[in-house]
Design a protein around this ligand. Structure first.
Ligand SMILES: NC(=O)c1ccc[n+]([C@@H]2O[C@H](COP(=O)([O-])OP(=O)(O)OC[C@H]3O[C@@H](n4cnc5c(N)ncnc54)[C@H](OP(=O)(O)O)[C@@H]3O)[C@@H](O)[C@H]2O)c1
Length: 310
């Protein structure tokens, strides 16, 4: 990749898009372009075509998506399916029409069946029923990844896809209604400590197990694959190890210094019992994560205190 060529990072204001901007700038890429959703609604086909027509980016990183936690996914499944299908169809097709050299699509580990053998290998795709709580989002992600694969087959394009595990990091969403587990825990324990609460109540049993990757590490993996991989395989991106939600809650509360009780509301759903990725394909490709969960949560909490606290 030439350092002067135009790179469009879709979703630059989001957590992953922000991490991609930092990583590409750090690597010397000088010609990054962005649009916020208020400047360019990627669900609008004509606006997306006009943008590609005028800007002619050479590379695209598609990190714009409708993203949310379990509650938002349960409440608005149609929005998660519709918005994501529209965004990715418009961007991927315009990339083809306007001669983008290479595109990277951000998928998610939600693409795998609810009861996929753990750790989940790339081969488990479409091998069983999806987790119902985020089915709309997952179906959109499967469609996006397949669209890249089929454009490659039909039009000889160079579109690649990654399937990250749960992410957290700088620029995360701390809104209680929309946040994922790590930012939700950070906010809850921070507020409990600040207000002197003796008890924090968390959803589920605490027994579900999840894998977490620091978003700057994901950005590093994306840059690595943009430089080193072309083809129709897709890659799981994660750390290859998971943690019980109860243990994660303890880790976050220790980092924040909350000393009260942690109570699990077992009437609330856990989601999938376990979600661990097999990351051997990406390891064999030559990439490995760098940031430990503890270090990543410390950096994220520091960012929260500096940027979100008020
Ligand atoms: N977060 C995770 O744990 C996780 C895990 C696996 C995969 N992923 C994937 O990684 C990608 C990025 O996720 P994220 O966590 O960075 O999400 P995020 O922080 O919510 O950012 C998403 C970005 O998408 C943009 N966007 C949403 N709807 C749009 C629209 N209609 N038109 C234009 N832009 C729109 C938003 O732009 P504005 O800010 O300008 O509104 C936002 O900056 C997604 O594809 C997601 O599926 C995330």
């Amino acid at each position: 990749m030439n350092k002067d060529e135009k790179i469009y990072i879709a979703g630059h204001k989001g957590m992953v898009g922000g991490a991609l901007c930092r990583r590409f700038q750090q690597d010397g890429f000088k010609n990054l372009i962005f649009r916020s959703s208020s400047e360019l609604d990627l669900r609008n086909q004509q606006d997306v075509r006009d943008f590609f027509y005028y800007e002619r980016p050479k590379y695209v990183l598609l990190a714009a998506a409708k993203v949310g936690g379990i509650m938002a996914n349960i409440e608005s499944p149609a929005t998660f399916l519709y918005d994501n299908l529209m965004i990715q169809n418009n961007v991927i097709n315009s990339a083809y029409e306007f001669g983008v050299k290479k595109l990277l699509f951000l998928g998610s580990s939600c693409i795998y069946p609810r009861l996929a053998p753990q750790p989940m290998k790339e081969e488990s795709l479409l091998d069983g029923k999806l987790e119902p709580t985020n089915e709309g989002y997952a179906i959109a992600k499967i469609a996006g990844m397949k669209l890249c694969e089929m454009y490659n087959r039909q039009y000889d394009t160079d579109y690649i896809s990654v399937m990250p595990c749960n992410l957290y990091g700088i620029g995360d969403n701390f809104d209680p209604k929309r946040s994922h587990v790590v930012p939700a825990l950070i906010r809850k324990f921070h507020e409990a400590k600040k207000n002197g609460y003796s008890k924090v109540i968390l959803w589920g049993t605490g027994n579900a197990k999840r894998e977490f990757l620091f978003s700057d590490d994901l950005a590093d993996a994306c840059l690595y694959l943009m430089k080193t991989y072309s083809g129709n395989e897709f890659f799981n991106v994660g750390t290859g190890s998971d943690i019980k939600i109860a243990n994660l809650a303890k880790l976050v509360s220790d980092i924040i210094g909350y000393e009260g009780e942690i109570v699990f509301d077992t009437s609330k759903p856990d989601g999938m019992p376990q979600k661990l990725m097999d990351v051997s394909k990406l390891t064999n490709q030559g990439w490995k994560f760098k940031t430990s969960l503890e270090r990543g949560i410390e950096i994220t909490y520091k960012w929260y205190l500096e940027n979100y606290n008020n």
